[in-house]
Write a protein that binds this ligand. Structure first.
Ligand code: PMP
Length: 361
């Protein structure tokens, strides 16, 4: 029997049908496709990091509880009294751990769409039905439709990215609370983009028996570390901890995190610069007569006349953005542009203006 035949008879059919998560090759390109912070570490902080890592005991397994890294997060983030936190290899891993803990064939996963693609994928991993509920055309939550889906499917798990990826908007708190009250299971409020938003649900996490808040350091300047955290009632955290691989946060990351968070002001200043550039970029895109959606994240969603052509023109100018056309009915001809440095944003605006001028001829 060939390998192909053995795979066909062995691998779960729903896994055979999907492709792996695709990460485009960005070598040599201005990378505005993945919501990274464009600013590198200041050299002095890099040296401090190198010093800290020198002491890592890499012959030993890391601290399974990641105590120092967790304490550093608690200090840096002024977490509410009474919560506990669990760390993951990126919030991607925590999404899988949480879904594996609560979702199952009889306990669906509900999420708005368009939203972060891993919610759908993680339902598949947990062998749970996935129930998407379309956002309204202005990308606000369709609370009635969500509430109806919750009543009909009694899901184990509801994911809400807030601000939402890829639309960039922040949902109203009263909408979130209505869904949380309606949900019979757990609601994960995913705040990957909290640093760029005007509001957070974190202070309210213990006001409900069924909410946890998910975060990551990826979007604030540490995507390479791979570190996410979930904040919530200690009893929820203890359940997730049962399915966490024991050494999921490596020794180098555990050494690095306290050093980096001690200099949180560096990342705060970068986030402020990115918010400033977000406003400038959005205004300049509007000047190009494009539909620009209001963003509370470090990216901007924009509708262009022809997304495929605009994406290709930018690619030819060595700029990589995300083309969302075809991924959801609400995202026709939409590009998602991560806010870069002022120079990168200027390069993007120039290339896009050239393309639009050319295509009007
Ligand atoms: N949640 C949302 C809403 C995201 O957009 C992303 C990254 N695209 C993640 C979670 C995952 O982030 P990470 O695994 O880097 O922590």
């Amino acid at each position: 029997m060939s390998v192909r035949a053995r795979i066909a008879s062995t691998v779960r059919p729903e896994v055979q049908q999907i492709a792996r998560y695709h990460v485009p090759d960005a070598r040599g390109l201005v990378k505005l496709d993945a919501m990274e912070n464009p600013y590198p570490l200041p050299p002095a902080l890099g040296r401090e990091l190198a010093d800290a890592i020198t002491h890592a005991k890499i012959n030993r397994y890391p601290d399974a509880d990641a105590s120092l890294a967790r304490a550093a997060l608690r200090n840096a983030l002024a977490l509410p009294e009474g919560v506990d936190i669990l760390l993951g290899n990126g919030s991607d891993e925590l999404i899988q751990i949480i879904a594996s803990t609560v979702a199952h064939p009889g306990g669906a996963v509900v999420a708005p769409e368009p939203s972060f693609v891993m919610y759908r994928r993680t339902a598949l991993i947990a062998n749970a039905p996935f129930v998407p509920v379309d956002l309204r055309a202005d990308f606000s939550l369709d609370v009635d439709a969500m509430a109806a889906a919750i009543e009909r499917h009694a899901p184990s798990l509801v994911f809400i990215a807030n601000p939402n990826n890829p639309t960039g908007n922040l949902f109203a708190r009263e909408d979130l609370e209505r869904l949380i009250r309606a949900a019979p299971g757990l609601v994960v409020v995913d705040e990957a983009y909290y640093a760029y938003a005007d509001a957070s649900f974190l202070p309210h996490v213990l006001e409900f028996p069924n909410v946890v808040v998910l975060r990551t350091v990826s979007k604030i300047g540490m995507a390479g570390l791979r570190l996410g955290y979930v904040v919530g009632h200690p009893d929820w955290i203890a359940e997730f901890d049962k399915l966490r691989p024991p050494y999921n946060v490596g020794a180098l990351v555990q050494e690095a995190l306290p050093v980096l968070l001690r200099h949180h002001e560096v990342f705060d200043a970068q986030a402020a610069a990115i918010r400033h550039e977000r406003a400038r970029l959005s205004a300049a895109l509007r000047e190009l007569d494009l539909d620009v959606f209001p963003s509370q994240a470090n990216f901007v969603l924009v509708r262009v006349p022809d997304a495929l052509a605009a994406h290709a023109a930018l690619r030819a100018a060595r700029i990589l953005v995300k083309n969302l056309d075809g991924t959801h009915a609400l995202l026709g001809n939409c590009l998602r542009i991560t806010v870069g440095t002022p120079d990168e944003n200027d390069a993007l605006l120039d290339a896009l203006a050239d393309h639009l001028k050319g295509s009007m001829k």
